[in-house]
Design a binder for this molecule. Structure first.
Ligand SMILES: [Cu+2]
Length: 302
């Protein structure tokens, strides 16, 4: 697949991600079809909110996330196991590799203050396992983001509990700056419900822009957006990829994202520098586009 076409389907995928792509079988034909010029023009009058966003269901399109481990002790590493059963009721063993992995596993506390992006190992029987530590007592949401061989991409979610006294934390304040391990990441751009929004994340360290980000899972950054309130899931990928001759290795990473409704979202950016993957987290509040303003221009060009 050439780059523009690939990017085009990402962008198109985003348009419907919170709509139907990763959720319902009905949208299958949409995925991977060539992007129409202007991307989201058709979307303007039909916000994606009518369809169930990804990650809210434990079972969709015949596939079910089946946690074998459902309760763990906080602060203690557990061998967390699960499977994904297919339409025949049996564990799925054939997956398509997406971003270098067959399955991406995201673990988030329900109060959105803890985030882990993991890559479990699958046995030949379709049983997945991953060493997992849930930092504190509470309710967690686990997401399996995958594409069964020959099928469409799905994100299924299930609740997992760490027993004990639970002290929920308030949603961190809205901020355009996040600090992690001496790195500062700033967020530019606004989330606009029903529209494609360009988000630019800029990484610096000790006041200097970082220009030698390392590819991580075939990208300079991975962004997961979760809606406050129900943890609806949006996995967004950056514009361009390492080695395509036009995507810089920092300090800026550009993403296109579309959120289905107004409100607060928690954004988690994974980036790699100096051999370590770190996560910068932001709380972002959507803004309403001024009426009559055209949707964000998506650059599929090149
Ligand atoms: Cu992943």
């Amino acid at each position: 697949m050439n780059t523009p076409a690939k990017l085009g389907s990402y962008v198109l995928g985003l348009a419907v991600l919170f709509g139907a792509t990763f959720g319902a079988g009905k949208a299958v034909g949409v995925v991977g079809s060539p992007p129409s010029p202007g991307g989201h023009a058709t979307h303007e009058s039909a916000p994606a909110a009518q369809v169930v966003p990804a990650g809210l269901q434990v079972s969709d399109d015949g596939y079910t996330l089946v946690p074998v481990t459902t309760a763990v002790e906080p602060g203690k590493q557990t061998d967390f196991r699960f499977s994904v059963t297919g339409p025949d009721g049996r564990p799925v063993t054939a997956y398509q590799v997406e971003h270098e992995k067959k399955l991406h596993f995201i673990v988030v506390s329900r109060d959105l203050t803890s985030f882990q992006h993991l890559h479990p190992q699958m046995g030949s029987d379709g049983l997945w396992s991953i060493p997992l530590t849930l930092p504190e007592a509470g309710a967690y949401r686990v997401f399996a983001d995958f594409r069964p061989e020959g099928g469409t991409g799905l994100t299924l979610g299930a609740d997992v509990y760490a027993g004990g006294g639970f002290r929920p934390k308030p949603l961190p304040a809205v901020s355009r700056t996040a600090e992690v391990d001496g790195y500062t990441v700033t967020l530019d751009g606004d989330l606009v419900p029903g529209r494609t929004s360009k988000l630019t994340l800029k990484v610096s360290k000790d006041g200097r822009p970082v220009t030698d980000l390392q590819p991580y899972l075939a990208a300079y950054g991975h962004l997961v957006a979760l809606r406050n309130g129900d943890l609806a899931y949006l996995h967004v990928h950056p514009d361009g990829e390492p080695g395509d001759g036009k995507t810089p290795s920092g300090p800026e990473i550009t993403f296109y994202a579309e959120v289905p409704s107004g409100g607060d979202y928690r954004l988690f950016l994974d980036f790699q520098h100096g051999g370590t993957v770190r996560t910068a987290a932001f709380t972002a509040r959507t803004v309403q586009a001024p009426s009559g303003e055209a949707p964000a221009e998506v650059d599929h060009g090149h």
